[in-house]
Design a protein around this ligand. Structure first.
Ligand SMILES: Nc1nc2c(c(=O)[nH]1)N[C@@H](CN(C=O)c1ccc(C(=O)N[C@@H](CCC(=O)O)C(=O)O)cc1)CN2
Ligand SMILES: [Mg+2]
Length: 289
């Protein structure tokens, strides 16, 4: 069997177009555009590219982009002061601090300072708590993008066996919470799990978010399973995922790297910004997003 390729790039393009339509509608009703502020500290080349892409996507969706590029030696206090200003700025609906931050800055101190209702990354503990308890909030972009791709293929995930590999606050934990919300039977495996392969073998859905190149092997995967590869590992052989390419011979469907989950992250960020803007303006949630 050769797995069907899940085209995240194409899905992301349609999502961005739908957000663009909804953003035009917001602008007509609210008398202003939705606004997204992105903060980058330092000059990490990959982060710099992502921030530029976010700015371009924001403008392309008809939204206001506020880009703040700060030097690598910016102090934590100065960064927090900027977050406070963005929290108080009515033109800003969404705030995103690009990760990773330089080592001298406490990531948690910065992320918990963002107004939860502007936290379009969904990383604030208030939004994590909302997700865990079933309250509408803002949900991390990458896992929400994964669920959108999964539901496109399997509109009803209820009762499906899902294994999430990795337990980060950014992907693994919210991914498991979102799958649970869809009534899947969810197992999270991680570095202390005794037999990862045994868990993966029972899964209809595998989400690999572990950050180890080609970690998931073909003989771990149930024939026909849907495999979502969240890994973005830069190696001497270029960009590779967390899933061994040989998995394509066993899986029913697989996201490629690049062109799978990655492009969904920025498309969902646009969606989250629009959702935050609608909530802040007291407008109904945009349909179908
Ligand atoms: N504050 C945040 N920081 C980071 C996040 C995040 O969601 N919020 N995620 C990643 C980086 N990221 C966005 O910020 C991101 C990563 C990858 C892609 C993407 O489209 N990848 C392409 C490949 C691009 C390449 O060649 O590098 C793909 O997979 O097809 C978009 C956004 C960490 N930081
Ligand atoms: Mg740090």
């Amino acid at each position: 069997m050769t797995a069907r390729t899940i085209d995240g790039k194409a899905f992301a393009a349609t999502l961005r177009a739908r957000v663009g339509d909804a953003a035009a509608d917001f602008t007509a009703r609210a008398g202003r555009k939705p606004g997204l502020a992105v903060v980058l500290v330092g000059e990490d080349p990959a982060s710099s590219v992502y921030v530029r892409s976010k700015g371009k996507a924001t403008l392309a969706a008809g939204m206001e982009s506020f880009e703040h590029r700060l030097p690598a030696d910016t102090g934590e206090d100065a960064l927090i002061a900027l977050v406070d200003r963005l929290n108080a700025d009515d033109a800003v609906d969404g705030i995103l601090v690009q990760l990773p931050l330089p080592r001298h800055i406490d990531e948690r101190a910065v992320l918990t300072r963002i107004d939860p209702d502007k936290d379009v990354d969904g990383f604030h503990p208030v939004n994590a708590g909302r997700l865990a308890t079933g309250i509408d909030g803002l949900v991390p972009c990458t896992p929400l993008g994964c669920v959108m791709l999964l539901k496109d293929l399997h509109p009803d995930l209820s009762g499906m066996e899902a294994v999430v590999i990795g337990r980060s606050n950014i992907v693994g934990k919210p991914m498991a919470a979102l799958l649970l919300k869809e009534s899947a039977t969810v197992t999270t495996v991680h570095s202390r799990t005794r037999d990862v392969a045994a868990h993966v073998r029972g899964a209809d859905i595998v989400v690999a978010a572990v950050g180890i190149p080609a970690f998931v092997k073909a003989d771990w995967v149930k024939p026909g399973a849907t495999v979502i590869d969240v890994g973005i590992n830069r190696t001497d052989d270029g960009l590779v995922g967390d899933v061994d390419p040989a998995v394509a011979e066993v899986a029913g469907a697989l996201t490629p790297v690049p062109g799978g989950v990655g492009p969904m992250t920025i498309a969902v960020l646009m969606r989250n910004t629009l959702v935050a803007a609608c909530r802040r303006a007291g407008l109904p949630a945009p349909a179908g997003l």
